[in-house]
Design a protein around this ligand. Structure first.
Ligand code: BGC
Length: 342
């Protein structure tokens, strides 16, 4: 594993952005920006050794800030949605910025994806640090976060999250990579397996209703490998609500394999390991023909996200695993996206 640092570009407000290239012994590489802690590209060897870029992204900092979609970014303080953009903690109500209708999405207006993080190479790993002051976007507590990326010789993109706050607060950190294991076109023929027996139905604003529903006999059953396209157009009220898959799947406790994604055309298999209680499977329904790296057009369902996380709106659902971080306590979590060819 080795690393190099290059200039990537300047934002409209004059911030300099750098790109760090982490290379492994197989000659595969991950390019990470200090802007948003963003995975800008992931060159992975497919069947026969060909390098394929499996992550969607942009060529300039300005596009990351203007085009939206959270491509490859670290999302925080609270990934996914908070209903009514408010929550109560220790008897006090906190109001957040409503940037998704009346709800709060992915940390708000100027979330972690839009910040330039302090970057420090540490051996072959990249440490990224960010400080978020008390009441930033409405969240309580002076909050420090450190994300470490490593890219192992056996194809594992390892993401370690650490966070601490001086007041009780909430935390939900994720990476928002859009994967396409053949490097182009849509992802409907990708085969997906999710080790989850239940999922969270949502209302029209994609806020969980509170029900934890069995996937059995529904289009949400990915307990065995199934192509994403197989049931995506099925007549199902939950698919209709989100225009495809955009739901949290409930995982077992502890560190485990959460998902496997396979593309027969490239031969690339991606396994997702995490200690988080949920994973949001988002089938790229809102991608609407934006131009990405090298002028490539990203149409509807040209990438998919597997965002390891706390359940959405868990700040307002006491029966969901708690996202509360106590003052002075250390939040620690790991997610690994592991690639190999078959
Ligand atoms: C959400 C989608 C949203 C997308 C981009 C995903 O994590 O689940 O609903 O459109 O992020 O913001």
């Amino acid at each position: 594993m080795n690393m190099k640092r290059d200039f990537f570009g300047t934002t409209a407000d004059g911030r300099q952005v750098h790109v760090f290239t982490l290379k492994n012994a197989r000659g595969e590489s991950a390019r990470i920006l200090d802007l948003g802690g963003t995975v800008q590209s992931l060159l992975i060897r497919g069947r026969g050794g060909k390098l394929i870029d499996v992550a969607l992204g942009f060529d300039t900092p300005g596009e990351y800030l203007a085009k939206g979609g959270y491509l490859g970014a670290i999302v925080g303080r609270y990934a996914n949605r908070i209903g009514g953009a408010r929550f109560a903690l220790n008897g006090k109500e906190f109001r957040l910025y409503p940037n998704d209708g009346k709800n709060h999405l992915h940390g708000g207006k100027e979330g972690f994806d839009k910040k330039v993080w302090e970057a420090e190479p540490d051996g072959g790993r990249l440490k990224l640090r960010l400080f978020s002051p008390h009441m930033d976007e409405g969240y309580p507590g002076n909050f420090g976060v450190e994300v470490t990326y490593a890219f192992s010789d056996d194809g594992g993109l390892i993401i370690d999250y650490l966070a601490k706050s001086d007041m009780d607060t909430v935390v939900n950190l994720t990476n928002h990579c859009y994967f396409n294991l053949r490097g182009c076109g849509d992802i409907l023929s990708h085969e997906l397996k999710i080790n989850a027996r239940s999922m969270l139905p949502t209302d029209a604003g994609l806020i969980p209703t509170g029900e934890i529903k069995s996937v059995e006999g529904t289009p949400f059953d990915f307990t065995e490998f199934k192509s994403i396209g197989r049931d995506i157009e099925a007549d199902d009220p939950q698919l209709a609500v989100a225009g495809g898959y955009d739901h949290n799947f409930c995982l077992e406790e502890g560190y485990k394999k959460a998902c496997e994604l396979f593309c027969d055309e490239s031969g690339i298999l991606m396994e997702v390991f995490t200690d988080m209680p949920g994973v949001q499977f988002y089938s790229g329904n809102f991608l609407s023909g934006i131009s990405g790296k090298g002028g490539r057009i990203y149409g509807k369902r040209f990438g998919l996200c597997l965002e390891t996380q706390h359940y959405p709106d868990s700040v307002n659902k006491p029966h969901f695993p708690s996202p509360v971080l106590k003052a002075g306590a250390l939040f620690r979590s790991r997610t690994v996206y592991k690639f190999g060819a078959r």
